[in-house]
Design a protein around this ligand. Structure first.
Ligand code: ASP
Ligand code: MG
Length: 479
């Protein structure tokens, strides 16, 4: 059994949903469970609507609601006909009537609680999953809609609810028999409910998390995250046209990359799957034959020293210098407590006997934080910096690795502001001027990711490791 999760752009309209249907058809013999996001931009629209209602702009909220209803009705009409369409229309109308009542309630109270926010946001996935279940059923797939709120049980930490153990039992009772009966369950991602049945959500972007929860609860052979890019790349292809697709990457490597701005998906959401050793594939719904990237708890060694290079622009260096630090043991704590109080995250840190340098991103106003830091020492801020981060399990304990990285940087005649080798020992990061990013990344990529030899078919040879592909015959099913 496998989990196939489709993100917002992979279900954005009838065309995308038709592609999805073909992809699911091709996997029918693998007993798929389908998890879907809301159609692209729908969750944002729901956020905007609920805010408008809370801020006294109910007419605006209701106008947006009508547009959203129309969009869903159009997609349904493009996908199914006859009795299925009539039933689907009635269902959509009903859902939007309920949503309208909720928005009116928000408007009359002038208040939007986290619990109500989750109620409003849930409509995106409630609707998309029903439409997609109907579309699959009308295309000869034995699809059944399963309301995720009946099976994914969470605490009542609204807007970022945490799944509870009971979830596994419910999957065993509700979803497993459907799979065994060769049905294809279709579920909305992101949404869940408390044991009492109050709607919750798993946090924005939470459909990947749902996929991991479903996969873990059912002991899936693999989880497929279908999106609009062909997996993860060795670096940003806009900077380096030669960037290569990463065949396989470890969970730790993927996490480091996510932290430094590689935005395909957030690996933290895959933890339930990784803990159960279930491989997660990132695949492209617009190019289904592309092998994508496999994320697993332990990825095989790559033939290159590094797995990928990430660059995060918009970095800011905060230097805090204090002779007092020589004696005061509470200095670091005081600094990081200040960061914490102001909700500012440190991307990189380096310390010396009398100074601390912290890198943060420069998108937000930190004047209040700086004021506090000035009480601790002399503060200097530099902006216009970028963090370059090279990641790879191969780096662990490798002699001469840092020297070869820095010699490439030296060859570009750029100076390095801060150097850090992560405690995980699978990355090395340094800070440069933003304007030097393209040159440095290109030079590093050329040095550490030599072009792969072309195979006879004209297709690039993949890494030394073979990754089981969807067409592989699956091992015996465990019920
Ligand atoms: N629709 C939700 C969001 O946009 C969840 C998801 O797509 O993963 O945040
Ligand atoms: Mg998403």
């Amino acid at each position: 059994m496998i989990v196939m999760k489709f993100g917002g752009t992979s279900v954005e309209d009838a065309k995308a949903i038709n592609r999805l249907a073909e992809i699911v058809k091709g996997r029918r013999d693998r007993k798929p469970v389908v998890v879907v996001s809301a159609m692209a931009k729908v969750t944002d629209a729901l956020v905007a609507m609920s805010n408008a209602a809370a801020n006294g702009a109910l007419p605006e909220a209701l106008k947006q609601l009508r547009q959203l209803r129309q969009r869903h009705l159009t997609v349904l009409g493009d996908l199914v006909s006859g009795k299925r369409e009539a039933e689907g229309r009635a269902e959509i109308q009903q859902q939007f009537e309920n949503l309208q009542d909720v928005l009116r309630g928000i408007a009359s109270l002038g208040e939007l609680s986290p619990r109500t926010t989750d109620n409003v946001l849930s409509y995106g996935e409630v609707l998309s999953s029903r439409i997609i279940a109907a579309a699959l059923a009308s295309r000869g797939i034995n699809a059944v809609h399963v309301d995720s709120r009946k099976v994914i049980v969470t605490d009542n930490n609204f807007t970022r609810a945490v799944p509870q153990e009971e979830t596994t039992d419910r999957f065993r009772e509700v979803v497993r028999p459907l799979v065994n009966a060769d049905k294809v369950p279709v579920m909305g991602g992101f949404i869940a409910s408390t044991p009492e049945g109050i709607t919750t959500t798993l946090g924005r972007g939470g459909s990947d998390f749902s996929a991991a929860i479903v996969g873990a609860a059912l002991g899936a052979k693999r989880i497929e995250i279908w999106t609009d890019v062909s997996g993860m790349m060795t670096t940003d292809p806009r900077l380096v046209p030669d960037a290569q697709r990463i065949d396989a990457i470890s969970f730790d490597e993927a996490s480091e990359l996510a932290y430094f701005g590689a935005k395909v998906l957030h690996p933290a959401t895959l933890i339930p799957a990784v803990e159960k050793n279930i491989p997660v594939y990132v695949l492209n719904s617009r190019e289904p034959s592309n092998k994508g990237t496999c994320i697993r708890s332990q990825a095989p060694k790559s033939r290159n020293m590094f797995r990928a290079i990430a660059a995060k622009k918009g970095a800011r260096v905060i230097n805090i210098r204090s002779p007092r630090m020589l004696m005061a043991h509470g200095f670091l704590r005081a600094i990081f407590e200040a960061f914490d109080r102001h909700g500012v995250t440190a991307d990189l840190v380096s310390t010396s006997e009398v100074s601390v340098s912290v890198i943060t991103d420069s998108s937000r106003d930190i004047s209040a934080l700086l004021e506090e830091l000035r009480k601790l020492g002399k503060v200097e801020v530099e902006t216009g910096k970028a963090i370059i981060c090279l990641v790879g399990e191969n780096v662990r304990g490798r002699v001469g690795m840092a020297a070869s990285v820095f010699s490439v940087a030296a060859g570009c005649q750029v100076s390095l502001h801060m150097i850090s080798q992560g405690a995980s020992e699978i990355n090395i990061s340094f800070v440069i001027e933003e304007r030097d990013v393209p040159e440095v990344v290109r030079a590093l990529h050329a040095r550490f990711f030599p072009a792969k030899p072309e195979s006879k078919s004209g297709v690039r040879e993949t890494d030394v490791v073979a990754i089981p592909q969807p067409t592989d015959v699956e091992a015996v099913e465990v019920a």
